[in-house]
Design a protein around this ligand. Structure first.
Ligand SMILES: CN(C)c1ccc2c(c1)CCN(c1cccc(-c3cc(Nc4ccc(C(=O)N5CCOCC5)cn4)c(=O)n(C)c3)c1CO)C2=O
Length: 285
């Protein structure tokens, strides 16, 4: 049974809600790193299921709002989304328990394997298609990621790529991250309407997806190099866009450019994008 398997209620008989995981059924193992909410560790659920456990650092997250939202998030299930199994919210710090992805972030994976990936356009395109499938599922459920980037995708066995931490940006308390003037705001992945009015939508996720494609085809380069955020804002508002990555097919770059239309409505949907990417991939093989 997986943690989100409804057939065997995790806490038979008790009044716990389904998305509540009993911390006594978790065994915490090595640290995987730390993110906006603090340390994340690998773990085992019921002795055998691999999980990742975010241990909420005090004051980093609006916890009650998140726990409410967790009920919705556990219902979002797709092979290209990192599955939220549940939360341990009965004591502090709260734990967020998700599916474990053994190769870590897509960004680090691209940088670590640049030598073997740089000449494998087919694999790079396949990674982009997997992210697009996960995002098309979120789009269908009117769910906005708000911080899509290669650093927020994860790689599992057999080169599976999944979208992680979707929707969590809404619960970060650090205003250096949440306000567009803050030092941690993901300026380089933000379209004009987010820079000017913080107007998030699936069309702003599409802009970020275009930047993610650029990250993939450059094997993890930093978009706009060492330009400061203010310089990037100026360029984006002037309509300047990222250059074509060295070894990127023209048809692929043409798709990236559509994601960067200044007007949100002129950008494709993830549903349409998925079909276009798959037909380009078939053309290449
Ligand atoms: C508000 N937003 C957008 C947020 C909020 C929290 C987080 C993030 C964004 C993204 C970063 N992040 C975070 C922090 C720490 C861990 C995880 C994180 C890392 C995982 N996996 C691994 C596996 C291996 C390694 C590793 O050490 N290596 C080195 C050797 O070669 C193999 C790879 C690292 N992580 C994993 O499966 N999950 C679910 C989450 C994650 C992802 O979850 C967060 O916790």
């Amino acid at each position: 049974a997986s943690p989100c398997d409804r057939s065997v209620p995790a806490t038979a008989g008790l009044s716990h809600d389904k998305w509540e995981i009993d911390p006594q059924e978790l065994m915490l193992l090595e640290e995987l790193g730390s993110g906006q909410f603090g340390v994340v560790r690998r773990g085992k659920w019921r002795g055998s299921i691999d999980v990742a456990v975010k241990m909420m650092k005090e004051g980093t997250m609006s916890e009650d709002d998140f726990i409410e939202e967790a009920k919705v998030m556990t219902k979002l299930q797709h092979t290209n989304l990192v599955q939220l199994y549940g939360v341990c919210s009965k004591n502090r710090p709260i734990f967020i328990v998700t599916e474990y992805m053994r190769h870590g972030s897509l960004l680090n994976y691209l940088r670590r394997h640049e030598q073997s990936l740089v000449s494998n356009q087919g694999l790079l395109l396949d990674m982009c298609i997997q992210v697009c499938k996960g995002m098309a599922y979120l789009e269908r459920h009117n769910y906005i990621h708000r911080d899509l980037a290669a650093r927020n995708c994860l790689v599992g066995s057999e080169n599976t790529v999944k979208v992680a931490d979707f929707g969590l940006a809404r619960y970060v308390l650090d205003d250096q991250y949440t306000s567009s003037g803050g030092s941690k705001f993901p300026i380089k992945w933000a379209p004009p309407e987010v820079l000017n009015y913080t107007r998030f939508s699936s069309k702003s996720d599409i802009w970020a997806y275009g930047v993610l494609m650029w990250e993939v085809f450059t094997c993890g380069k930093m978009p706009y190099g060492r330009l400061k955020n203010a310089e990037v804002v100026e360029r984006v508002q002037k309509g300047l866009i990222l250059e074509r990555p060295k070894n990127c097919y023209k048809e692929v770059y043409d798709i990236m450019r559509k994601c960067w239309s200044p007007v949100p409505e002129n950008r494709p949907s993830f549903r349409v994008l998925k079909e276009q990417l798959i037909s380009v991939a078939q053309g290449l093989l």
